[in-house]
Design a protein around this ligand. Structure first.
Ligand code: FES
Ligand code: FES
Length: 161
């Protein structure tokens, strides 16, 4: 076992992990941050996307020890300070960008990373960026629409599904 320390959603977090412990497991099992979902553990589904030092990362592809000293952000830290949904979360709600919600934390974290780098992405850019995030429910259409809306763009050209 080895000690690992990082900042998670602005707070110091540390624990004892095995060398093989994944960041997703550390977040969920030791810190209780179960909003980071695990759908595959093999880097396919994107349900586990978090930000590590500002970059979107699939938390099942990284060892907890590799995040030593990093700034990690998870879905639990995304709401506004008063607890209300942030712009992206609200847009997912407004545009029905979720059904069962299993993929949603990863989708929101990926969307946040995209909009940070590309504040006004085209529909195609959003679809390309979300290639690593799988959703079994929505058909993606309303997710794309939500992200377009969150970026302040007109979504009327995206037909209703
Ligand atoms: S659980 Fe990490 S990509 Fe599926
Ligand atoms: S809303 Fe169910 S997997 Fe995306």
């Amino acid at each position: 076992m080895a000690k690992v320390s990082m900042t998670v959603n602005g707070k110091d977090a540390s624990g004892e992990v095995e060398g093989r412990t994944l960041l997703s497991s550390f977040l969920r099992e030791q810190l209780g941050l179960t909003g980071t979902h695990v759908g595959c553990d093999t880097s396919q589904c994107g349900a586990c996307v978090v930000h590590v030092d500002g970059k979107a990362v699939k938390a099942c592809t990284m060892l907890a020890l590799e995040a030593e000293g990093a700034e990690v952000a998870t879905i639990e830290g995304q709401a506004n300070a008063d607890g209300s949904l942030n712009t992206i979360q609200q847009a997912f709600q407004d545009h029905h960008g979720l059904q069962c919600g299993f993929c949603t934390p990863g989708m929101v974290m990926s969307a946040a990373a995209l909009l940070k780098d590309n504040p006004k992405p085209s529909e195609q850019e959003i679809r390309d960026y979300l290639e690593g995030n799988l959703c079994r429910c929505t058909g993606y259409h309303n997710i794309v629409k939500a992200i377009m809306a969150a970026s302040g763009q007109d979504v009327s050209s995206i037909a209703a599904e």
